[in-house]
Structure formats: C-alpha cells, structure tokens
Design a binder for this molecule. Structure first.
Ligand code: ZN
Length: 472
C-alpha cells in the first residue's frame, strides 16, 4: 500500500472510528457550513429537535475502535423529512382526468393533459383531426415544444368558425407560456416569459419544537430555512444549541407575478437569537459583484475556514502528540485529524488559498497543500485523486471540491488526513478558534451601512407591528 516505503513519512494516519455518538456535532457542522445548494442537492433536511442527543465526543478511542464503520448517521439530528411546501405544484393538480371544457366561448376549448395523452389524442378531443398535429408541428421548428406534454398541463385552443385551429396556448409555469398562432403562411410559435417583480418579504418565527417546524409555521420555505442555517452556521450549532424560545427574523426577496409569489430570491437580512444571544446578518454585494453575508456592523459572517473538509464524515482519529501508530506500532504524534468516509467522497478546501502542491508526497499519497495568506496552511492526504482544474500553483476557493477520499500512501482504509498549520506549526484544527474572513472593505463601509441600517430598522419595525397585532 505504501508508495514509497523507503521514505519514512512524517505522519501515519489510520482509520479508527469513533462511536456514532460523537458524530452528530460533526455532521451538523459539515451540513451547515457548506453552501446550501450542496445541502439541498442531497435532499437532506433539517430536523433539529430540541432533545437532540448532545453527547460528547467519546474520549475512549480504543474502545471505539471495534465499532464498525458505517455511513449511517444513526444518531444524527438530521432526519430525512419530507419535502415540504416547495412542491405545491405537484400536489395541487392531483390527477384531473382530461376534460373538455367549452365554457369561455364556442370557439375556445381547454383540455387538461391526462395519462397517456399525446398531442394527437388531445386534438381529437377538441374536434381537430389528429393528422393536423403533424402539419402544425412542422410549421415551426420550435412548435414541437407542444408535444412535450406534462400530466396536468392545460392546453387552450381557439378555433375559427370553420373549425380550424387559430391559436394554441399553454401555460408551462407561473412564469412561462407557449403559443402557436395561425397566420397566412402557417403557424408561428412564441414563448412568453413573464418577468416577475421582486419585492422583499418579512417573516418572524419563534422556535418551540424544531427549527424546520417553526420556520415552516412562520412561512419560511424549506430552502430559505436551509439558507438561514447556512448563514448563521459559523456561529450557531443548529444541531445542538437550538432552544425553545430562540427566535428569528428574516427579510428575503420574493418574486411575484400578478400578485402571486412564484419564487424566492436570497435572504437580504436576518437575525437569529440563540439562547439570548442575537446574531445579525446582512447580504451585501460589493463593487466587484461578489455577494456575502456580514454582521450588521460590517464584520464577515463567514470565517476564513470551514470546520470540516468532508461532508458527512466521521472523525476516525484526532490530533494527538502521541499515539500508537497502527502500522509501525510505535508511539507517534498524529498532527492532524482523520475523516473516514467512503472512497470518492468529495473533499473541500477549507479556505481560500493558493495550491502549493497537488501531487504525491510519500506516505501521504496523493496530497494537496494550500497556503492561505501568510499565516495558514492546510494539507489533505491520501486522496484518491484531484478535482479537475486543481493543480500546483493554482488557486482555490473556500468550499471548492479539490479531490476525493481515497487511501493512497500509508493508509489502512479510505479517509482524509487533514492538517492545519499556523506559521509552520501544526495545530489541532478542531481546537482552533477560527479566524474571521475579511470585514467590509473600508471604501465600501458607508455604502454597506446605507443598506444594512434600513434593513435592521425594518426588522425591528415589522416585528413590533407583528407582536402588537397578535396581542390584540
Ligand atoms: Zn491522519
């Protein structure tokens, strides 16, 4: 397994596994700290019960070694919960049988797409010859978009007194519809996209059972709830620290078409009170066009480093100045943290930086070393391979996937060996007080405050109004 057996590597990682009890905290961090898009992609949802098992990391690593590695987060506070609210579109239109509704005018007919329907069957239902479908679709290249039918979709036909189709119209979503209109030469296809107006909306919630339930009750969508957890995830441990009575205010962008909310934009500002301590967040887009969240007074919400480079990993070996090495059977320092995860699991850069090495390095196997500013350096070992485009001399962003879990080099099983150095000295990444990312640039401070102060004031006002009206 060793690639360069002659060369004694400075560190000897091993995959021994902690009992599941300690994993909850890690999972929570891993889940919350990464961009919410990633989290959503996994269809994982927050279920942050108050009685979350806040067990401590077990200290008894030897006893824990007998525990089998499973990727099942049994004690995880993150249970799978159903997709809520967001999918109303699907549920609303249960299974309407195709119905012909000649109600608007004699020459206006509507059909709902049912099971097994094709454009031909629908044409027949409104009295058009099935053969005319071909002619109509052939008249415009894009017209075949009408043949991509979805169950529950409504088609509206306008017929002239001779029974010919003059217009075909279908709404694809609140924002999009398609039409075919007859002219002298044939049919012309059109796609109409409604441009939603954007307004800001406010919600206030108090937690009494779980964050996800309280947020849903307050009217915050699931994805905005995840966004909020991600915005505050550097400061609040949503798995273990949430208490009854915690509260939140959120102002977010809402997209509206014809008075109807059709989607959400980002959170513009938020406030979260956890166990009496209030955290604020304001989204700010700087002059270069980069958006980020800051506290109301302009400090970054983001830390310069995320806690864990691997989602859903368990710590299999902690930082230690002396431990018995599994292969060499000698007492050796373990100057990093091992994260056990299945082969191929993505590994993320914990901070922005420059890639000093993306290559093989002795017992570390495939290794990436990243320099972060002048002070910090991180190392990722035993990787199966590197992510596309990550190479020595390049630069990476916080959270960017740099490679994948493997067991290259001197390693007993798939895991990441992760090191953190401060001015050349190895430190325990789990014990570090993480440095803050940069605050608002001086040159942008007044512009930032001009945005943040009204948002904060509005949250105060809206909340006061809301509480006053609920007392009445
Ligand atoms: Zn290690």
């Amino acid at each position: 397994m060793t690639t360069e057996p002659s060369k004694a590597p400075p560190l000897y990682p091993k995959t021994h596994l902690l009992a599941a009890s300690g994993i909850a905290a890690l999972l929570s961090l891993a889940l919350l700290v990464f961009p919410s898009s990633d989290v959503e992609a996994k269809k994982t949802t927050l279920s942050l019960e108050l009685e979350s098992p806040a067990e401590q990391l077990t200290q008894d690593q030897d006893a824990a070694e007998t525990v089998q590695a499973t990727n099942e987060p049994a004690a995880s506070p993150f249970a799978q919960i159903e997709d809520s609210a967001e999918d109303t579109k699907e549920t609303a239109q249960a299974a309407p049988e195709p119905v012909v509704e000649p109600k608007k005018a004699p020459n206006h007919k509507e059909v709902i797409v049912g099971k097994g329907d094709t454009l031909s069957t629908l044409f027949e239902k409104v009295g058009l010859p099935a053969a005319s479908v071909h002619e109509i679709l052939a008249s415009d290249k894009q017209a075949k978009q009408f043949s991509q039918l979805k169950h529950g979709q409504k088609l509206e036909f306008e017929l002239n007194p001779e029974g010919q189709l003059t217009n075909l119209h279908s709404k694809l979503s609140d924002l999009e519809s398609i039409t075919l209109t007859k002219n002298d030469k044939g049919y012309v296809f059109n796609r109409i996209t409604a441009k939603p107006t954007v307004r800001s909306a406010y919600v206030h919630g108090v937690i009494n059972s779980s964050l996800s339930q309280s947020a849903a009750r307050a009217g915050l969508s699931h994805s905005l709830t995840m966004d909020m957890a991600s915005v505050f995830g550097y400061d609040v441990d949503f798995a273990q620290d949430i208490r009854q009575g915690d509260e939140f205010d959120v102002i977010y962008e809402q997209k509206v078409v014809n008075g109807k909310a059709v989607g959400n934009g980002p959170i513009l500002s938020a406030r979260f009170t956890n166990r009496g301590k209030t955290y604020t967040a304001v989204r700010y887009t700087n002059k270069q066009g980069n958006s980020s969240y800051y506290t109301a007074d302009g400090n970054s919400m983001r830390k310069a480093f995320i806690r864990t480079p691997v989602d859903f990993a368990r710590i299999s070996s902690k930082f230690s100045m002396g431990r018995k090495h599994p292969i060499l059977n000698k007492i050796r320092a373990h100057k990093g943290v091992d994260y056990a995860a299945p082969r191929g699991t993505p590994i993320k850069a914990t901070g922005d930086g420059k890639v000093l090495l993306a290559g093989r390095r002795g017992g570390y196997g495939n290794t990436i070393i990243i320099q972060h500013g002048n002070t910090y350096r991180t190392l990722y070992g035993h990787m199966q391979g590197f992510a596309k485009g990550v190479q020595t001399g390049g630069s990476v962003k916080q959270g960017q996937v740099i490679g994948y879990i493997g067991t290259t080099g001197l390693s007993t099983g798939p895991h990441l060996h992760y090191e953190f150095q401060v001015n050349g000295v190895h430190v325990d990444p789990l014990g570090q007080k993480l440095p803050m990312a940069d605050p608002i640039a001086k040159a942008e401070r007044s512009r930032f405050l001009a945005q943040s102060q009204p948002l904060m004031a509005r949250m105060d006002q809206e909340k006061a109004t809301m509480l006053a009206s609920s007392k009445r």
